[in-house]
Design a protein around this ligand. Structure first.
Ligand code: SAH
Ligand code: DHB
Ligand code: MG
Length: 220
């Protein structure tokens, strides 16, 4: 690992030590996910905490997540909810979904979270109603499609958060045959042309390298 990444990790360690409380359910979820051989591509603790804060700051009650993995980000999202709040989270891989269900059960969140298994495009097509916050974090190539579903499932004031919109800066290069980078580029172009959202994207460095997230507010 290079010196720059070590520095970013050290600062994330420091942020976590002071601002992100230790939590056995979250560390347990990471351990169970690693034991099951899931890729360690979940949000960082500091990013997870930010998701919890966004849920709290917006008084969100209904949260939609696209891309569950082992349910690490799902636990953070669910933690921000009031008693009657709910998360619906969508996952293609049954094995990932089963690990997530186990982690959510261990965290006492089974009643708050519904893990639906299948291709997100199909599952989103079946969803109705309005969500207060949507977190998009699945296959990057399909982000434009997930964004259009998120808009359909929104109301004025809904927050849409999209992970991995910078990808080490690759988003400003010719994507070539990289469908993920092409998907993110298309997504940002569509957002810029969409009058129903007010948006930004923030570049980040840290435990997950150099990447970034977009935040969109659905309004007039
Ligand atoms: N949000 C998680 C990380 C998600 S990783 C966290 O931060 O903890 C991306 C997930 O999206 C993987 O589990 C992958 O299996 C899933 N995925 C990939 N393609 C998908 C698709 N077409 N539909 C639904 N989920 C998909
Ligand atoms: C990958 C996916 C993610 O959602 C992420 O945050 C980091 C990496 C990936 O597919 O490599
Ligand atoms: Mg991600």
């Amino acid at each position: 690992m290079d010196a720059t990444q070590q520095r970013w990790d050290a600062v994330d360690d420091w942020i976590e030590r002071h601002l992100v409380p230790e939590d056995t359910f979250l560390t347990g979820a990471l351990a169970a996910s690693a034991d099951a051989g899931l890729p360690a591509i979940q949000v960082s603790p500091a990013q997870g905490r930010m998701l919890e804060l966004l849920v709290r700051m917006t008084n969100a009650r209904f949260v939609l997540e696209v891309g569950t993995l082992g349910g690490y980000s799902t636990i953070w999202l669910a933690r921000g909810l009031p008693t009657d709040g709910r998360v619906v989270t969508l996952e293609l891989d049954l094995r990932h979904a089963e690990v997530a269900r186990g982690n959510l059960a261990a965290a006492g969140l089974s009643d708050k979270v519904e893990v639906r298994v299948g291709a997100a495009s199909a599952l989103l097509g079946d969803l109705q109603g309005q969500f207060d916050l949507v977190f998009i974090d699945a296959d990057k190539a399909s982000t434009p499609e997930y964004f259009s579903h998120a808009l359909r499932l929104s109301h004025l004031g809904t927050i849409i958060v999209v992970d991995n919109v910078v990808r080490g800066g690759a988003v400003v290069d010719d994507p070539g045959d990289d469908v993920d980078v092409a998907g993110i580029r298309r997504f940002v172009e569509l957002v810029g042309l969409e009058p129903r959202v007010r948006s930004t994207a923030i570049q980040t460095v840290g435990r997950k390298g150099y990447d970034g997230f977009a935040v969109l507010l659905v309004g007039e």
